[in-house]
Design a protein around this ligand. Structure first.
Ligand code: SAH
Ligand code: SF4
Length: 341
């Protein structure tokens, strides 16, 4: 829903402003997904809004898939122009659900291991298309089990900082108390290393969380895996993260996809250690090792024991390290599997 557009329509037609507040509350607080659900509006106004605006939300569900153990729900949405995107609700703790949002149709970064990047970038999402994923998922969850969305992670399709303005506006809508009202500490953005984006995010959203997808601590391998590294090499990202920590005093989450025989050998923890120490002390980082999820490429995840050894080596060097549990890989809803096909 685009409140600004509706506001203009109301001004042009001299519709009183309190009607706008009714729509705002119905959508952002009650998670209405259809004009007909906004019963506080007179029926004729609902009808003229439906005629003028089309559907209330800019996205419509094509398919909803539930993982076998019910801890992940994947939504496939169709946009007004026919493109498709995906979002995933994940049950991270008892009664606690995190929503993974998409920010672009496809992705221009084209990491070697990621399904989203396979066909490049189709287009950016608008703020409305990002926040409508939240409204739809929140309504679904409310009806399913009465739970509210606990946190939002911008880790779906797309590189958030290559669509910075829409992502920033979506975060404002999601976190403004008079709009959706989720706490800023419950919002995390993951970037493949877009330096201007990290800098802008530090200024504008110092209370939100930042994750950096490292995947390799030397430039040659990292450029192979994450082509954006050619534009923003590790040394530049290090400076941006240093400034981020100095400005926000917040921890940075380091993501590391484990690819067998590529970036998971026993010599890698030392390189990671050296690199991160050039930025800041270990207390400012949590390293998340992500087992590679299949996307049809040549990669494989290392055996679980090997990942534990890798984790142990980093821990001995002083780092806090977790191995991420893959939720929803049976419905192609795990990290890197979202393709919007
Ligand atoms: N574009 C952003 C955010 C979306 S991807 C970024 O790259 O950070 C979210 C996370 O999933 C990133 O850390 C990404 O590297 C990881 N990922 C991508 N493909 C994956 C795969 N096949 N298996 C596991 N993790 C993957
Ligand atoms: Fe884009 Fe992130 Fe996938 Fe890389 S991992 S292609 S940056 S969505």
């Amino acid at each position: 829903m685009n409140l600004v557009r509706i506001e203009n329509f109301f001004k042009e037609n001299s519709i009183p402003a309190f009607r706008l507040n009714q729509i705002r509350d119905a959508v952002y607080k009650q998670y209405a997904t259809d004009w007909e659900e906004i019963k506080t509006l007179p029926a004729d106004l609902r009808a003229s809004l439906a005629e003028k605006e089309g559907r209330l939300l800019s996205i419509s569900p094509e398919e909803i898939l539930v993982s076998q153990n019910h801890d992940a729900i994947k939504f496939c949405f169709r946009l007004r122009d026919g493109h498709k995107i995906e979002g995933v609700l994940m049950n991270i703790l008892p009664e606690k659900w995190a929503l993974c949002l998409s920010t672009q149709v496809g992705c221009a970064v084209r990491c070697a291991f990621c399904a989203t990047g396979k066909r490049g970038l189709r287009r950016n999402l608008s703020p409305e298309e990002i926040t409508d994923q939240f409204i739809f998922a929140a309504d679904h969850l409310k009806k399913l089990n009465g739970c509210k969305i606990h946190s939002v992670v911008f880790m779906g399709m797309g590189e958030p900082f290559l669509n910075y303005n829409s992502v920033a506006e979506a975060i404002r809508i999601i976190t403004s108390p008079e709009l959706i009202g989720l706490g800023r500490r419950h919002v995390s953005v993951s970037t493949s290393g877009h330096v201007p984006g990290i800098r802008a995010f530090a200024k504008e959203f110092p209370q939100c969380n930042l994750a950096f997808s490292l995947h390799a601590a030397d430039d040659v391998l990292r450029t192979d895996l994450v082509p954006l590294n050619a534009r923003y090499p590790l040394s530049q990202v290090a400076k941006a993260l240093q400034d981020y920590i100095a400005a926000t005093h917040r921890k940075v989450f380091i993501e590391y996809v484990m690819l067998d025989g590529v970036n998971s050998s026993r010599s890698m923890p030392d390189k990671i250690n050296d690199y991160l120490r050039t930025i800041s002390a270990p207390k400012y980082f949590t390293i998340n090792l992500i087992p590679y999820n299949r996307t049809g490429g040549p990669f494989r995840a290392p055996a679980p024991e090997r990942m534990q050894i890798f984790q142990g080596l980093l821990q001995e060097l002083g780092w806090e390290v977790t191995i991420r549990k893959s939720l929803g890989d049976d419905i192609a809803g795990a990290c890197g599997q979202l393709a919007g096909r």
